[in-house]
Design a protein around this ligand. Structure first.
Ligand SMILES: Cc1cc2nc3c(=O)[nH]c(=O)nc-3n(C[C@H](O)[C@H](O)[C@H](O)COP(=O)(O)O)c2cc1C
Length: 352
């Protein structure tokens, strides 16, 4: 292996290659994580959309198949998050990743137990704050990345964060799919890359075939950022539903919010009155309209329509722009070995 591929990231996480498979709700399940870590990457289980019981079953499923280290992704405000953190400590999980992080006291507990804290940041000014709050590794996601995303392009964000000289491994994220990108990130000064969309578009991910077909036919300029789903900027493949959402004004959003509230009543377990009360509470604390907060409450169900039920036109498809450049579905083993040999070729080509 080219010596440039042994980096502070591989040393900190104990993986073979400086490649992270990121957490993606309903995608980074035990099957994808097992496949990515067996192939030599470092994988994160997407537990931010799981109950503690589901998370435990998934951790056990990974551990039953491999001894390799892996991480778990959490959201500070999810139900049962403290239980999940304790479980990760008990099961000797190697790292926790998060966007919205836990409190400094919890971070201290996580670090004392030997787990690495791996926040994702989308703006340069968040980097020193994240390190101050205990980050061991920083994943810097540029605007071309999938799901919730920021406003700075990947290479500009990376330059800004590296210029901070924070003394922790820095990982480039957003728009990566191959060994050229890995070699470029390493020569730029990063310690590795993190990929979401590319791992979702493998035969090892649980995403239904009909939905994968939609990703395969997507175009790089038709994967926009919209705030219409949950009020936060989120990058998704354009489809009839997203097109409708984008065209909806305040009244249209309110109608949609109501109809989704009724449609998904059995899944949320909330009556229409409860849905409206919760949405109203959220709207009064943010600059979102009632229609938007009602939509936000149902966002997980709308995403699952595409990502779990395999109905890509009835749900939304979170995605990096890189989906527009991807036209195959290799397994993780094939993907990683291809990325590593491409990176080695580029690294040798630029000087040994
Ligand atoms: C389908 C999908 C679901 C995602 N879900 C989550 C999630 O649950 N938690 C999270 O922190 N990031 C999530 N993300 C963001 C990814 O973890 C990752 O940061 C992003 O996809 C990187 O950009 P790339 O797709 O260009 O590689 C999601 C992304 C996608 C494409």
């Amino acid at each position: 292996m080219h010596k440039a591929l042994n980096t502070p990231l591989t040393q900190a996480l104990g993986c073979d290659y400086p490649v992270i498979q990121t957490a993606m709700g309903w995608v980074s399940t035990s099957s994808l994580v097992t496949a990515s870590i067996k192939a030599g990457a470092f994988g994160f289980l997407a537990a931010a959309v799981m109950t503690p019981e589901e998370c435990e079953a998934e951790i056990k499923a990974i551990k039953a198949k491999t001894y390799k280290p892996f991480g778990v992704n959490i959201h500070a405000f999810q139900k049962g998050v403290d239980q999940i953190i304790d479980m990760c400590i008990d099961y000797d999980v190697a790292a926790l990743s998060y966007g919205r992080g836990p409190s400094p006291k919890i971070v201290e507990k996580i670090k004392a137990a030997g787990l690495k804290c791996v926040p994702t940041i989308g703006a340069a000014n968040h980097a020193p704050k994240a390190v101050k709050m205990g980050a061991d590794i920083l994943v810097c996601q540029g605007q071309e990345g999938g799901g919730h995303t920021g406003y700075t392009p990947t290479w500009l964000l990376l330059a800004q964060v590296l210029d901070h000289g924070l003394g922790v491994p820095v990982v480039a994220c957003g728009g990566f799919k191959d060994g050229r990108g890995l070699a470029a990130a390493l020569t730029f000064g990063a310690d590795g890359i993190a990929m979401g969309t590319r791992f979702m578009m493998t035969s090892d991910s649980p995403t239904p075939d009909a939905t994968k077909a939609k990703y395969l036919s997507s175009e790089v300029t038709k994967i926009p950022v919209s705030k219409k789903l949950d009020g936060l900027p989120q990058r998704m493949v354009m489809n009839p539903l997203l097109d409708d959402l984008e065209k909806s004004g305040k009244l249209g959003m309110l109608m949609r919010g109501f109809s989704n509230g009724l449609k998904y009543k059995s899944q949320t377990g909330m009556s229409m009155i409860e849905t409206i009360k919760t949405a109203w509470g959220m709207a009064s604390k943010t600059d979102m309209t009632l229609g938007q907060t009602m939509m936000a409450g149902n966002a997980p169900m709308i995403i699952q329509k595409a990502m779990v039920e395999g109905k890509p036109d009835e749900g939304v498809l979170p995605s990096g722009q890189v989906a527009g450049l991807i036209d195959d579905l290799p397994n993780c083993e094939q993907l990683i070995s291809r990325i590593i040999s491409e990176a080695e070729i580029r690294l040798k080509a630029v000087g040994g």
